[in-house]
Design a protein around this ligand. Structure first.
Ligand SMILES: [Zn+2]
Length: 307
């Protein structure tokens, strides 16, 4: 069994005696990766354990991996796992995200995924007259973005601009440059404003779907915590601020500062100070949840008092 510990910090690595490579405390292996490499791909699926800059929770991870004592999921781990479960039911053409709203007791009170809405919710597998984007093979937001770039290039060519190739040959490269390697919906925190085309798409984003799910069920959202499997995009973030959530916890690297466009109402500090905390998740990631906690649950003590 190998768990990937996400940390850039030397002291954290030193405590494991790793020095940046792989190690084997007890029988299991803990591999250490940087936040950049951990969150550059489909990180939610990987068996991650995420620490903060102080290495908080590292002893708990070792206890968990080595079965030293019984460790069960924290509220945050439970909430993020619920968000991940929602993400897995998305068939969105640009990948699925998930969100879960939890109350002060840690109970999940609403969930949402990235999916096309059906009347009173979002499509489920097996629904009659399934009209999700993948059925048609087209995401209207992506199509609108491509069409806009094509028009701009044609206009430039028509104005006599010197282009390095014919407009149709430039579209793909220009769009790739716009995306700038951003993982999910881009743009929320860097990159080019490709997301402004989101309003021309059909999917409801996971965070918005969770808010709507709560509204549909008559659940008050002020003061709830939201777990999201990636950092929210601009469109969602502004609505999460407006909803009065206690905090938003996302799977991803620690930001240096709140997004500049919401610096007045969002903070990366956990204590808020009159703004909504937007903080990275720490603990057992959803991709390691069954691996680690399932292993704990199956481990049956053989002697009284044995853990
Ligand atoms: Zn969004």
């Amino acid at each position: 069994m190998t768990v990937t510990l996400v940390s850039d910090e030397g002291p954290v690595r030193d405590r494991l005696g790793i020095g940046g490579g792989a190690a084997a405390p007890g029988g299991a292996r803990i591999r250490v990766v940087t936040t950049e490499s951990a969150f550059s791909g489909a990180s939610a699926h990987d068996p991650l354990f995420v620490t903060d800059r102080d290495g908080t929770g590292l002893d708990r991870l070792i206890d968990l991996v080595e079965l030293r004592r019984r460790v069960t999921p924290s509220r945050a781990e439970f909430g993020m796992h619920a968000a991940y479960g929602a993400a897995l039911r998305s068939a969105a053409l640009r990948g699925g995200l998930g969100a879960a709203l939890t109350d002060a007791w840690g109970d999940v009170v609403a969930v949402g995924t990235v999916e096309v809405p059906a009347w009173g919710g979002q499509y489920w597998d097996g629904d009659e007259h399934d009209a999700r984007d993948f059925v048609f093979g087209v995401d209207p937001a992506s199509a609108a973005r491509t069409a806009t770039v094509e028009v701009l290039l044609d206009l430039l060519a028509g104005m006599g601009a010197h282009l390095p190739a014919e407009p149709p040959e430039l579209v793909g490269g220009l769009l790739a440059a716009f995306d700038g390697g951003q993982g999910s919906y881009g743009v929320g925190h860097g990159g080019a404003p490709a997301q402004s085309f989101e309003s021309l798409g059909r999917v409801v984003h996971a965070e918005m779907a969770a808010l709507v799910c709560a509204a549909r069920s008559g659940v008050r959202v002020a003061g709830l915590t939201m777990y999201v499997t990636a950092q929210p995009c601009r469109q969602c973030l502004r609505h999460l601020v407006c909803a009065g959530l206690a905090r938003v916890v996302f799977l991803g690297p620690q930001p240096d500062a709140a997004p500049s466009f919401h610096a007045d109402s969002v903070t990366v500090r956990p204590d808020g100070s009159g703004r909504m905390p937007l903080v990275p998740f720490t603990g057992v990631g959803p991709g390691a949840y069954e691996l680690l906690f399932g292993r704990q649950a199956r481990h049956t003590p053989t002697k009284p008092g044995e853990r």
